[in-house]
Structures are given as structure tokens and as C-alpha cells.
Design a protein around this ligand. Structure first.
Ligand SMILES: [Ca+2]
Ligand SMILES: [Ca+2]
Length: 281
């Protein structure tokens, strides 16, 4: 997958955003025309505008850094957060993962199915709390910490969650009931195309957030599909490719905003600044 076209896309989004911001700051523009300009540039550009706005505040200490220094700075920034109990995650997911077309439902991550919020539970036909960074990879469980971090917790069909299990992510495999286009084989799981990048950015968020300095394991991506209970998650090379192929969507950007504003008060930097993946890895 060529890197350049996507970079160009981000750049053009940033340019569109700048235009909107400039437009908003010009006094001669009426409120209605400024609003119209925002509307025509779409949700993605609006969300990018938020990210740009955060550069002077939330991300101020990280701007201009790269590589290990960037990772270190981002760890400090995103580790300042509110933490949820595992039981509080249920209600939070009903807000963060609400179906944009049906406020009574959530969207299941791998299946892409829209299912009633009230069907949270453990029975067939219910949805439950999927740990995208498999919680056995580092064995952090579900006590308040990485196991309750909304940035990698998503609603998923109970059976599909079980099929994913603690497998590493990689290309290849076969379909299964309610797969929604996701695939699995004996040792890995491939999410449907629309959420491949989301999965990559969730894994990489976890790697930056958890550096072994706060009583939790140092989580890191690697290129293996046999990590077992080690605090690693694969496969980095595939996740980077998925990140390129599936840039942040409006759903993902809204989710990041909701977690920041209403729950944890921290952000996933790779949704705001996709280019930081390449800088660090
Ligand atoms: Ca996506
Ligand atoms: Ca780490």
C-alpha cells in the first residue's frame, strides 16, 4: 500500500481544516456562512480541526518531537486520565459506540452488527466487553487499569468475542457466524476492513499508554502471532499496514472525543495524528 496518497489525504484534510479555522476567525464572515463552510467540509475535517486545536494545548509538549522522545512525551500526556471500574464500562460503551443511525443500539466492532444497547450480557445473542488488546497478553485482567481502558474496549457479540479469544492480529483465515467480513485461523484474527485501522490504533495506544511505570506491564507490539500471555501483541507490520489502509473515520473520531470529554479525559494520539505511528514505529 503506497504511503504517499494517504499522507496527501491527511495533508488535504489539514488544509481544509485550516481553511475552516481561518474562515471562522474572519469577522466579515456571518455566522451562517461560517456554519455552512463547516458543514460542507464534513465530519472528518471538523474532527481534524479539533485535533489541530489540541496541538496548542493537550499535545503541546509532544509537538515537534519524534521517535522515542515522542512516545515518551505522549505517555506522559495520555497517562493523566480518569479510570473506570469494569462495571462502569458497560454504560460507557453504550455512549461511545452508539449506532449513529439508531440511538438505541451499539455497533459491534468485528461483526459490524447494530444491536440493542439493552442486550449487554453473557448469553447467546448478547454483546459483551471485548478487549482489543487481549487481556491475557500481559495478564492484566479486569481490575481498574488497562483492563477497563475504554480506548481499547468495544462491544462485540458474545460468540464472536469468544472466537477472537486472545489471538494476535494478522491477515488470513475463514469466515464464521456473524463475522461481518472478519476472518480467523488457528492462531490469528483479521478484523473486517472498516475497522482494521481502528484495531491498529487501539493496539498502538495501549503500547504508548502502558510503559511499565505504573504497576502494569509494559505493553508493546511485535511481529509474532504466538505471544500467549507475554505483554506483547502482533503483528506490528500488519497493524501498520491496516493503519494506512483504514484512516480514522468520523465514528472513531467521535469516540475519541467522547472518551476525552466525558469519561477518561485522555485521547488516542494516533486518531488525532495518524503520522505519529510512522514516527514511533
Ligand atoms: Ca475504520
Ligand atoms: Ca509500552
Amino acid at each position: 500500500m503506497p504511503v504517499t496518497p494517504i499522507r496527501r489525504r491527511w495533508k488535504s484534510l489539514a488544509l481544509a481544516t485550516s481553511a475552516v479555522l481561518v474562515g471562522l476567525s474572519v469577522p466579515a464572515l456571518t455566522a451562517s456562512s461560517a456554519g455552512a463552510a463547516t458543514a460542507t467540509t464534513g465530519t472528518a475535517a471538523t474532527a481534524t480541526a479539533s485535533a489541530t486545536a489540541y496541538d496548542d494545548t493537550y499535545y503541546a509538549d509532544a509537538i515537534g518531537k519524534s521517535g522515542a522522545a515522542l512516545k515518551d512525551s505522549l505517555n506522559t500526556i495520555i497517562s493523566d486520565q480518569t479510570k473506570l471500574s469494569y462495571s462502569a464500562v458497560w454504560e460507557a460503551l453504550k455512549v461511545t459506540d452508539q449506532d449513529p443511525n439508531n440511538s438505541g443500539n451499539v455497533i459491534l466492532l468485528y461483526s459490524g452488527i447494530s444491536r440493542s444497547k439493552s442486550l449487554n450480557g453473557g448469553d447467546t445473542g448478547d454483546w459483551n466487553r471485548e478487549h482489543v488488546w487481549a487481556k491475557s497478553h500481559g495478564d492484566f485482567g479486569t481490575s481498574t487499569g488497562p483492563g477497563t481502558d475504554l480506548h481499547h474496549l468495544r462491544p462485540e457479540d458474545v460468540q464472536v468475542n469468544s472466537i477472537r479469544g486472545n489471538k494476535d492480529f494478522d491477515n488470513g483465515g475463514s469466515s464464521f457466524t456473524n463475522s461481518g467480513g472478519s476472518l480467523t485461523d488457528s492462531n490469528s484474527f483479521e478484523p473486517r476492513d472498516a475497522v482494521k485501522g481502528d484495531v491498529a490504533r487501539m493496539i498502538l495506544y495501549m503500547a504508548v499508554r502502558y510503559e511499565g511505570t505504573d504497576g502494569w506491564p509494559d505493553l508493546e507490539p511485535n511481529d509474532s502471532v504466538t505471544n500467549g500471555t507475554s505483554p506483547y501483541h502482533g503483528r506490528l507490520s500488519v497493524l501498520k499496514q491496516w493503519h494506512q489502509e483504514d484512516p480514522p473515520s468520523a465514528f472513531e473520531q467521535r469516540r475519541n472525543e467522547v472518551i476525552h470529554s466525558s469519561y477518561q479525559h485522555n485521547r488516542n494520539p494516533f486518531i488525532d495524528h495518524p503520522e505519529w505511528v510512522e514516527s514511533i514505529w
